[in-house]
Design a protein around this ligand. Structure first.
Ligand SMILES: N[C@@H](CCC(=O)N[C@@H](CS)C(=O)NCC(=O)O)C(=O)O
Length: 209
């Protein structure tokens, strides 16, 4: 049994989607970051960076924060969605790191400046919008050659997809990125993704381009 501490955000959804995909039993604990629940001392004991998501594995008492590490842990625990060796292992790792170090942080800035603080910082809006389009272009180029970023569907796709699901917030026209659109739509149709998307709070629906 996995205890999942999460909220309805891209980083949180990576883990709920993975848990649904691998079929591990889990109990959800909603950490409402709009009410500063991420600063509660009990939560800080397992997530010292005061951010969701985090997990505790009741099988061994291990607690983990950082969504990329959690995806790797769950993949290793279940031997699913992250090939253990060879090129597929490293392609998965490479694209997971690309998401963690680039796509997520940059799109997070787009949400901050373009979605929530429009007009306050034109330079930041321009900079992060340009960077978002560049990153969508990188992903589109990759997905023109392969079905999923590492070949087969892996934790790398699960880390990227929830960020792309905010394409409307990012003011991205998906028709300009046809391979991303194809990949996004295919993943949105997966039953596990449809369940994981609504954790911990039921949403109106997955945005579709
Ligand atoms: N690199 C971290 C980022 C986690 C993160 O930024 N979580 C956000 C929600 S998506 C959060 O908890 N924000 C709370 C805050 O900013 O205080 C991860 O991938 O787990």
């Amino acid at each position: 049994m996995i205890d999942l501490y999460t909220w309805s955000t891209p980083n949180g959804r990576k883990v709920s989607i993975m848990l649904e995909e691998v079929g591990l039993p889990y109990e959800t604990h909603a950490i409402n970051i709009t009410k500063d629940e991420q600063f509660a001392p009990d939560f800080l004991n397992i997530s010292p960076n005061n951010r969701i998501p985090a997990i505790v594995d009741r099988d061994n008492g291990l607690s983990l924060f950082e969504s990329g590490a959690i995806l790797q842990y769950l993949a290793q625990k279940t031997s699913q969605f992250w090939p253990a060796e060879g090129e597929a292992h490293w392609r998965t790792t490479e694209w997971l790191m690309w998401q963690m170090g680039g796509l997520g942080p940059m799109l997070g800035q787009v949400h901050h400046f373009v979605r929530f603080n429009k007009g306050k910082a034109p330079y930041a809006e321009e900079r992060y919008t340009k960077e978002a389009k560049r990153l969508y272009g990188v992903l589109d180029k990759r997905l023109a050659d392969v079905e999923y970023v590492a070949g087969d569907y892996t934790i790398a796709d699960m880390s990227i997809w929830p960020w792309i699901s905010r394409f409307e917030w990012q003011e991205i026209d998906m028709d300009q990125f046809p391979s991303v659109k194809r990949w996004y739509t295919a993943i949105a149709e997966r039953p596990a993704v449809q369940r994981g998307y609504h954790v911990p709070v039921e949403q109106p629906g997955i945005p579709m381009p």
